[in-house]
Design a protein around this ligand. Sequence first.
Ligand code: HEM
Length: 323
Amino acid sequence: MWLARVLLAAAALAPSTSGTGNMTNKYEQQRYDGWYNNLAHPAWGATEAHLTRKTPPSYSDGVYMMSGDSRPSPRKLSQAFMKGDDGLASLHNRTAMQTFFGQVVSAEILMASEAGCPIEMHKIPIEKCDDMYDAECTGNKFMPFHRANYDKKTGQSPNTPREQQNSMTSWIDASFVYSTKESWVNAMRSFENGSLKMEGHPVFGMPPHNLMRVPMVNAPAPHLLTKLNPERMYLLGDPRTNQNPAFLVMGIVFYRWHNYQAERVREVNPDWSDEACSRPPGGGSSRRCSPSSCTSTCPPSWGSRRSPTPGTSRIYKIGRAHV
Ligand code: HEM
């Protein structure tokens, strides 16, 4: 199920019986960009699809302009809801692991917060004497805000209100591990025995640094106000993985898991090519699940409000992609 490609490697562990010397062209391969999982609707769940709507849009002009001018500023709300002591231990001795697994799941099906081009700049007002941003009580501070990328063919008339796009596939197809692009995966592949590049031990080593300058998210560090060298980051499938240590750990664990599975496939099928060990048969016909749609193939625990399409909805992501 989840992380389909990684687990499909396990399915390929059954010894081969049909002389699989060159598996490369003999089975259907799943694409990384989410296209063609549903042959009747090939674009469903693919990258750059619109976020789906469960409710009508509420732009201030009904089409394009940001709403919320009369509402309290996000900073004011953040201070009201989130201010308090940090660094407190869990009362029940829980770790943050599941929280960050949650971040993996959200990253797997959603990336819609990146700024568009050209950048659309807005200002988040800061309260006078805000203890972090206006300690000198000037009253003229604001936080810069970029509106999220959207489909430029929308937002021009009431019939086509502005629609934000999802840069990930909304399928749970391990795009967190493998990215959504063949070229990106190729930068990670060693092209030997189906494994991904690893520094040190082939399974328990570390992913390579991003010396090829794959476009990982590299936001300017707030305390330096400049971008740091992209080559300092680890090269992993999701562009955001270097964002925080716990998320990075999750990325490295799944990256290692690929090499572990590729090694097992290779042991059982020593005559298989690098390609076959990397993407074992079955990848093309596997069941893809989308929690954001909750189609009939998904476990009932994912909710009863089913939608026929597998797109990721705005309800899943409350934040920048709303505006
Ligand atoms: C130290 C931990 C974290 C940091 C520094 C962080 C940082 C960020 C940043 C910078 C964004 C982009 C916001 C924007 O540009 O609008 C974002 C978006 C998001 N984050 Fe986090 N995050 C963290 C943990 C989490 C966790 C634990 C979850 C879920 C359990 C999560 C879920 C999300 C979601 C769903 C989005 C929206 C994604 C999108 O629309 O592209 N984050 N986060």
